[in-house]
Design a protein around this ligand. Sequence first.
Ligand code: TYD
Ligand code: MG
Length: 450
Amino acid sequence: MKKRTLFTCQQCGCQSPKWLGRCPDCGQWNSLVEESVTPQRGAARGTATASSTPQRLTEVATSKEDRLLCGIGEFDQVLGGGVVAGSLILIGGDPGIGKSTLLLQAISRLSEQGGALYVTAEESTRQVRMRADRLGVRAENLYLLAETSLEAVLEQVRALKPGFLVIDSIQTIFTAALDSAPGSVSQVRECAGRLMQVAKGDAIPTFLVGHVTKDGAIAGPRMLEHMVDTVLYFEGEPGHPYRILRAVKNRFGSTNEIGVFQMKDSGLAEVGNPSELFLSERPEGAAGSAVVPAMEGSRPILVELQALVSGSSFGTPRRTTMGIDHNRVSLLVAVLEKKVGLSLLSQDIFLNVAGGVRLDEPAIDLGVMAALASSHLNRPIAARTIVFGEVGLAGEVRAVSHPELRVKEAARLGFDRCFLPAGSLKSVTAPAGLQLIGVKSAGEVMDGIF
Ligand code: TYD
Ligand code: MG
């Protein structure tokens, strides 16, 4: 059969018959690489077989989806309440963030329910064994396979019939059916596709580890995200021990669900109570510190925002933010300037979310403004006070989602005063010991919060 070559964008997987300097799909420059493709024949091309005939919706057999729990509560929760039989799960994250550690811990627990095969395509079996010893993992039914050839892996899967399968990582596995290098878009796509057939066909839940490229996307991201059932990202700031496992896509549960872990000498430990952890090092009575209840998926988490506003010694003042969108902060600074009357134009502004968390919901706007004002005026925010609400360009405070959950979490951690949008007041019943103060404009908060 004649071989064809196609040019594939290594960023998004877009294909073109001729070379282009810029990918017409994702706009990336110089990302098209020539790859040869072997046309597939007959059945592989998806010719209809006798079994695929239309069925009435009501006649499709249903069974309650079986969930397999690994016993690491945070991990199970992110998956939407355990692993679903036959599901394909992608775990992405920066190299060194702890993906292999997390999966080794999870799979060793899961292997007690039907055995598991851990394909280690990056490390030797000895290295994995040494890590397991360090983690205190002893799993009799966990098999290791140091192999990079997809065909060899599939053969072992057929022979062993494991209950669970881990591929660490999808970028180092390759199939002989394609000429292109391991890690290239077509290899990643082909390998993931073949593994999906195994996961679905033999009902083996499969975890794929994927390294994230510098710009924050899993190599060959688009089609991988489409193919798999669940996409989890494992993230954390360098230098911080906290790690957040986040579901960005889940066919079997809600997205944006998160699990919080702490990297210790003996592996990843669950953090069952993240709010307490994130507030544990908060300075008492310091100007520039505000606590906000942020929603992470279905759970509220209290986090500390820290602002530092100081006179600039240069012509152009600096605006530096960590863990929060830079443009959002610039907007809120402009509102403070124009609507609240604080003079911040010539000030250097630094804003940080403590604990290395990333926040990107508008409900923290009011907290950002309170922290900035507190630092600028050098007046600490009153103790045990919490604040949330979205702020518009006119300085108005808008209602946000889940006020009830946020308020409850604040009460649980002993806060006694909460500033919230007046519009959210009617959907909240005040928990015992927590005073609710509804505000309509950002200026009102500045009057009462110090
Ligand atoms: P690893 O799971 O190898 O990361 P990934 O698979 O995402 O590339 O994690 C490596 C890092 O984790 C390494 O920097 C050391 C740290 N680590 C600990 O701090 N404690 C431990 O018990 C283990 C196993 C790793
Ligand atoms: Mg690894």
